[in-house]
Design a protein around this ligand. Structure first.
Ligand SMILES: Nc1nc2c(ncn2[C@@H]2O[C@H](COP(=O)(O)OP(=O)(O)OP(=O)(O)O)[C@@H](O)[C@H]2O)c(=O)[nH]1
Ligand SMILES: [Mg+2]
Length: 334
């Protein structure tokens, strides 16, 4: 098939054409230069969707929950896109949870778009192109974007930094402690879910989690110092604990209600402005890092002399970095 220039895909994406969306997503994932101007255009047209990060330890029931939540969002008349940053993603039209949930049904629905992003052994953090992928589906008209990441590394923190609402999923039977605490993600949650509440030991997981939240009260995630009324209001957001069971279809509606309530709370308090500024800053840093890494990779061959000097301690890492940046056209005077 003939290669369609990325820029030519933009009108299709803006109209919600899923083939154009899929193509541009691949280009975002590959990170090639040809796609840059198109992604630039898409970025300017995005910003309407409610971006929800869903994280939790492996096996906590995230994918199953996402499938159920997606059905609930559809029932409310909204379009939803799922970005799964997951090497073992089950969203391939196959079945999750035995035969109970067929993602296939949702995939056949025009109001649902599902995309798995390979992690490609990225050193923690979101897969390359994940944030651009969010822009693309946002610009394509999906009202809600769910990003699923496995909470094993830097991912959950990164996903929280890129989302408007962060949902942390814990499950009974995955260990004595609340897994969220183990993974160090208690602080990033706007909403806690205890999944698999059809299991007998679920009550304990719920009460453990609630106790932990009481203990850490005052440690409100995402809320900056109360500089103005908006921020003070936002500080009142109480992180809820929502019990769910994907087996019994329990708590899914409640979870969607809490997600919507959090979205409204961000807007009404004005905190959305600060959160968007924080997301912008994060993206600037990430884009800079990526650019720098690419540059280093490109110049690897030329670096041997400098690396030898560095290894022999004839120059310092700081000196070498400055020299490299200057020679790469990044400046680096200071
Ligand atoms: N009993 C019960 N089991 C569930 C429920 N939700 C998911 N499971 C099971 O838990 C296992 C993990 O579910 P997933 O949805 O794949 O969990 P995940 O968090 O996406 O897993 P990873 O993507 O591997 O991190 C599967 O065997 C599911 O069938 C639930 O509500 N109740
Ligand atoms: Mg999963």
């Amino acid at each position: 098939m003939a290669y369609i220039p990325s820029m030519d895909l933009v009108p299709g994406v803006l109209k919600g054409d899923t083939r154009a969306v899929a193509r541009l997503l691949s280009r975002a994932e590959n990170g090639n230069e040809e796609g840059r101007p198109a992604l630039e255009e898409i970025f300017k047209r995005a910003g309407r969707a409610h971006v929800v990060g869903i994280t939790g330890v492996p096996g906590s029931g995230k994918s199953t929950l996402v499938a159920k939540l997606t059905a609930a969002i559809r029932a409310s008349g909204r379009k939803v896109a799922i970005i799964a940053v997951d090497p073992s993603s089950p969203y391939s039209g196959g079945s999750i949870l035995g035969d109970r949930i067929r993602m296939g049904e949702l995939v056949g629905d025009k109001g649902v778009y599902v995309r798995s992003m390979a992690t490609r052994g990225a050193l923690g953090g979101l897969a390359r192109g994940t944030l651009e992928a969010v822009d693309i589906v946002d610009a394509a008209g999906y009202d809600m974007v769910l990003i699923e990441t496995v909470g094993v590394g830097q991912d959950e923190v990164d996903v929280a930094r890129a989302s408007h609402t962060t949902v942390v999923v814990s499950a009974p039977g995955l260990g004595d402690d609340i897994q969220a605490i183990k993974a160090g993600v208690l602080e990033i949650a706007d909403i806690h879910v205890v999944s698999k509440c059809d299991k007998p030991d679920a009550d304990r997981t719920i009460s453990d989690l609630k106790n932990m939240l009481v203990l850490s009260l005052g440690l409100q995630p995402h809320v900056p110092a109360p500089l103005d009324v908006g921020a003070r209001k936002a500080a009142r957001w109480q992180v809820p604990v929502v019990p769910t069971s994907s087996v019994n279809d329990k708590g899914i509606e409640e979870l969607l209600k809490e997600i919507d309530r959090h979205g409204r709370s961000l807007k009404e308090s004005g905190e959305i402005v600060e959160r968007q500024a924080a997301i912008a800053e994060r993206r600037l840093v990430k884009a800079s890092e990526e650019m720098l890494r690419d540059k280093l990779e490109e110049r690897r061959g030329e670096l041997s002399v400098l690396l030898k000097e560095l290894a022999a301690r004839r120059v310092s890492p700081h000196y070498a970095a400055r020299k490299l940046l200057t020679e790469s056209g990044f400046g680096g005077d200071k």
